[in-house]
Structures are given as structure tokens and as C-alpha cells.
Design a protein around this ligand. Structure first.
Ligand SMILES: *Cc1c(COP(=O)(O)O)cnc(C)c1O
Length: 349
């Protein structure tokens, strides 16, 4: 299949020539001995960016999340998350497999819940109950449609967690999108959280990599599990260099992705049979529903694929997810919207 416009995910980005050239020039060393200067620089830079003491470079944000879970919990614990959180839907059962924890899944609005829901979900103390030990939030929400948690809501949830002695983790795979969209720096979003995950291979445009940040002690423990999970690398500076390049060059431009997502939402809202509220598009993720066209999401995705455009259809449903990133421009968005129009008009005829 020749995909020319890939809206399937912001993981579709390829490293630019300039990024590759920068990576080639980065000094490297043995990261298992903490002697890779590029990895060390990236870790320091990200720790500062998110306002934490230390950070750890990892192959993926999935590993960062799973390590955070491992450090914050003991087997048998219960973790409070939103029902559609990446932890629940896209980490291959990792919380159960790797940490032996149960997930208490809150119903959120576009991936966002509130402090009262957290309080309701906390188990009482006693021998019958699992021990509630951690609350996780996703910033931005992925299956919630790229929504940005308001600062006030974050503060309330963290305060509630602390009141009950729970740890807090922010799955900030797209935290930088949240920072750019809100104009509020990343460290303010992550403020008072015990740990935060940041993904480099989404909108930031790197080919590989993620970071986990937290206190010095937390990262010390996390480093053990990095090794145990097989994520400890050697001359990893060659890929960490992409992260340094991205933080210098690919942050402000996320605003373009957000603008393109809003454009896509607006164009789709003009099409018959497509349900979407453009006002809900805050960052680079666009969800829309095709039920009224009589098609499933997969039907539309397959028809688009034949025209060279990829979107993500939700399993057995009528919703579609389209994600903008640095490898799709405004003209691509207009093309994709035109193709979708052709498909729904053809279908109606
Ligand atoms: C993509 C994503 C991850 C995992 O990132 P990988 O680097 O692909 O493992 C984790 N959390 C959220 C919210 C994501 O969207």
C-alpha cells in the first residue's frame, strides 16, 4: 500500500535530514555506565523541562510508563486510571504482567476525571482490600481526543492523591503538545507529580525514544528496572541526539499540527453524515464518527487507504482517529478532507 498522507498516528514521523545529520555528530559512550554524554545531556535537559530532579532515557514511552508503575506499586495494589488510558488499552496487559497490579478504571470526559472520582475509588484500609497506591493521568489524553487537562483539575487530583498518601504519575507522552496548546510550560503541568513520562517519537518527530522523570531516588530505582526490562542500551547517544534536536527545533512548530487538526475538524464538520465538534479539538488528535453514513470506521479507513491516506479506525466501531504531525502539511489535510468527501458522497449516491 502506498500511503502518501499518514494520519494514522503522530508516530509516523520520519527523522528529517537535519535531525539525522545532528544525530551523526553526537558524541557517544556506554550508557549502561552512564558515560554517554549525549544521553546525559538529554536527561538533564528533560529533567529541567518538566521540573524534576532527574530523568532516564528509555526506548519507548510504554517502557517509561511500565517502569513508573513498577517503582510506585507492589503486586496486588490497585492503580487509579481513566478507563481508556494507554496503560489499559495499549500496553499489552503490562500492568498485570509486569507489576501484578489491578487497574481501577474511572469514566472520564474526554479522558479527564476529577478529584471526587479519585476519592470515591480509593479503597478503605483493611485486610480485605487491595491497597490503592497510585493515580495516573494522561496529558494530553490520547483516546480522549488530545484534550488538555486544565491546571486546576490537575492540582485538585494531585492534592486528593496526596491527602490519601498515594503516588502520582503523569503519562505525558504528549505533554509538549499540552504545553504548546495551553501556553503553560511543561513543568507547571507536571508540578507536584511524582513522575512523568515524555515520548520523543510522537509529535516531536524523533525515530525512537522516551524519558521518565522524577526524584533522584525514583530514577535510581527506575534505572534498575530499565536494566531488568532489557531497556539498558550502550551507545544510545546516537538516538538521544534526536531528542536534543527535537527540543531545539520541533517544539514551537507543534502549533502548526494543532492548527491543521482544527482545519481538518472544520472541513469534516461540513460533510454529510460525519459527526464532529471542532470546538473539542485542542491539540493534534481528531476523532469523528461516521455512523450516519452507514459505514463502519473500518469501511471509511479502507476506502481512504486505497486513495493513499491512512487514518485509524476504532476496533468494531464507527469512530475514526486522525492525528496530525510534522510530516503532514495543510495541503495534505485539504486532500484528505476532499477524499473523505468523495467517499461519503459516493456512498450516499
Ligand atoms: C504513544 C503513547 C504511549 C507509548 O509511547 P511509545 O513510545 O509508542 O511506547 C504512552 N502513552 C500515551 C498516552 C501515548 O499516546
Amino acid at each position: 500500500m502506498d500511503i502518501r498522507i499518514d494520519l494514522g498516528s503522530d508516530t509516523a514521523t520520519r527523522p528529517s535530514k537535519a535531525m539525522l545529520a545532528f544525530m551523526m555528530g553526537c558524541p557517544v559512550g556506554d550508557d549502561q555506565k552512564q558515560e554517554d554524554p549525549t544521553v546525559n545531556r538529554l536527561q538533564d535537559r528533560v529533567a529541567t523541562l518538566v521540573g524534576m530532579d532527574a530523568a532516564l532515557f528509555l526506548p519507548s514511552a510504554t517502557m517509561a510508563n511500565e517502569i513508573a508503575l513498577k517503582v510506585h506499586t507492589r503486586p496486588g495494589d490497585e492503580v487509579i486510571v481513566e478507563a481508556d488510558a494507554h496503560f489499559v488499552t495499549a500496553e499489552a496487559g503490562g500492568p498485570a504482567f509486569l507489576s501484578g497490579v489491578m487497574m481501577s478504571r474511572l469514566g472520564g470526559k474526554r479522558g479527564i476525571f476529577d478529584a471526587a472520582q479519585v476519592e470515591q475509588a480509593i479503597r478503605p484500609d483493611g485486610p480485605h482490600y487491595p491497597r490503592t497506591s497510585l493515580v495516573c493521568v494522561e496529558q494530553t489524553t490520547n483516546l480522549g481526543g488530545g484534550a488538555v487537562w486544565p491546571q486546576q483539575r490537575l492540582r485538585e487530583v494531585v492534592a486528593m492523591a496526596r491527602q490519601y498518601g498515594l503516588a502520582t504519575h503523569m503519562d505525558g507522552a504528549r505533554l509538549i503538545n499540552a504545553a504548546v496548546a495551553s501556553g503553560i510550560p511543561a513543568h507547571r503541568h507536571a508540578q507536584d507529580f511524582d513522575s512523568v513520562t515524555l515520548c520523543l517519537s510522537k509529535g516531536l518527530g524523533c525515530p525512537v525514544g522516551a524519558l521518565l522523570a522524577g526524584s533522584k531516588d525514583f530514577i535510581g530505582e527506575a534505572r534498575r528496572y530499565k536494566h531488568l526490562f532489557g531497556g539498558a542500551m550502550r551507545q544510545a547517544g546516537i538516538i538521544a541526539g534526536a531528542g536534543l534536536f527535537a527540543l531545539d527545533n520541533n517544539v514551537e512548530r507543534l502549533a502548526e499540527d494543532h492548527e491543521n487538526a482544527r482545519l481538518l475538524a472544520r472541513l469534516l464538520s461540513e460533510l454529510p453524515g460525519i459527526a464532529i465538534d471542532p470546538a473539542e479539538v485542542e491539540t493534534n488528535i481528531v476523532f469523528f464518527d461516521v455512523a450516519a453514513t452507514g459505514m463502519t470506521g473500518q469501511d471509511l479507513a479502507d476506502a481512504l487507504c486505497l486513495r493513499g491516506t491512512r487514518v485509524g479506525a476504532r476496533w468494531r466501531g464507527t469512530t475514526i482517529r486522525a492525528v496530525t504531525h510534522c510530516d503532514v502539511g495543510r495541503a495534505d489535510i485539504e486532500t484528505a478532507a476532499r477524499q473523505i468527501r468523495e467517499i461519503v458522497v459516493e456512498r450516499a449516491a
